[in-house]
Design a protein around this ligand. Structure first.
Ligand code: PLP
Length: 282
């Protein structure tokens, strides 16, 4: 598999990362996951903007922003992949610094770049999942797409061990987002999702879903969802770049409704698919 590492297209096995890379030692870096439909990067500018915000928050000076898009298409071409649905992983760290020291190196201008592309299935599963709740033990800058993902890894592993598909973070009684998804609740045909803040990642799918709902007359409330009001809602779903929209059919031991994906959730997913198929985002 051909990947991009720093300035070169290499076979994966040829990539050599220094043990003194600050990504390896401090998780001092950021990442993005983007997907393609019809072979084209979906909402690329939104992902680029979020990547830039994450880099700025970490004060990483990144000189290669302008070549990312062409580099990704070049990786796809060089791999001769079949199909046109791909998941793209971009990781940028502050780079190598020696000797080991917490503060930034004096020469803070040599970040490490890694980009890989993986073929994926075209349409996400419409089958519902079980979710569990997890007390949020992450830091206060969840708006940064940091590679420091240990809390998310532990929460998602906990979900798997409980036979669930996702863990939803709770902070101060509010349901915020999943370990790697945004979280949504539906009541009387209207939709709720946590407001943007330092406590959630500004999901690109979240943004697209809000647009799609606005365009199809479904009211969206970017307002807090209280854990103790969960019984007031009819449906739930989670969203993310590769998972798109996944209905929630069970919370802990409680089956939601008749245990099948909700009608509004299915409707929103259909509108989302229509938007993707319209190619107006290209
Ligand atoms: C914590 C968190 N929230 C939400 C999302 C969904 O973001 P997006 O729709 O941009 O994939 C992700 C994706 O990785 C995430 O890690």
């Amino acid at each position: 598999m051909i990947v991009f590492f720093n300035d070169k297209f290499l076979e994966l096995e040829e990539v050599k990362i220094s043990p003194f890379d600050r990504g390896f030692q401090y998780a001092d870096g950021v990442y993005e996951v983007i997907r393609t439909y019809f072979g084209k990067l979906f909402r690329f500018q939104d992902h680029l903007e979020r990547l830039k915000n994450s880099l700025d928050a970490l004060k990483i000076n990144y000189p290669k922003m302008d070549i990312l898009e062409s580099t990704i298409y070049e990786i796809i071409k060089k791999n001769n992949f079949i199909g046109d649905n791909f998941s793209v992983y971009i990781q940028i760290t502050r780079g190598v610094s020696y000797p080991r020291k917490h503060s930034f190196p004096k020469d803070n201008t040599n970040p490490t770049t890694f980009i890989s592309v993986t073929p994926i299935e075209k349409i996400s599963k419409q089958k519902g999942i079980k979710i569990i709740f997890e007390n949020d033990f992450r830091w206060q800058r969840c708006d940064i797409k940091s590679i420091s993902l240990l809390a998310s890894v532990l929460a998602n592993q906990h979900a798997v061990e409980e036979g669930a598909g996702e863990a939803i973070w709770i902070r101060d009684g509010y349901l915020l987002e999943g370990s790697h998804t945004n979280f949504w609740a539906v009541k009387n045909g209207e939709v709720w999702t946590a407001p943007l803040s330092n406590l959630i990642l500004p999901g690109v799918s979240r943004k697209v879903i809000i647009e799609v709902c606005n365009n199809s007359g479904i009211k969206v409330h970017e307002e807090p969802i209280k854990q103790n009001e969960i019984n007031l809602y009819d449906e739930f779903f989670v969203s993310g770049t590769t998972s798109e929209i996944i209905p929630v059919t069970q919370i802990n031991d409680d089956i939601i409704g008749d245990g099948k994906p909700g009608e509004i959730t299915k409707n929103i997913h259909a509108e989302f698919n229509k938007y993707v198929q319209s190619k107006t985002w290209m």
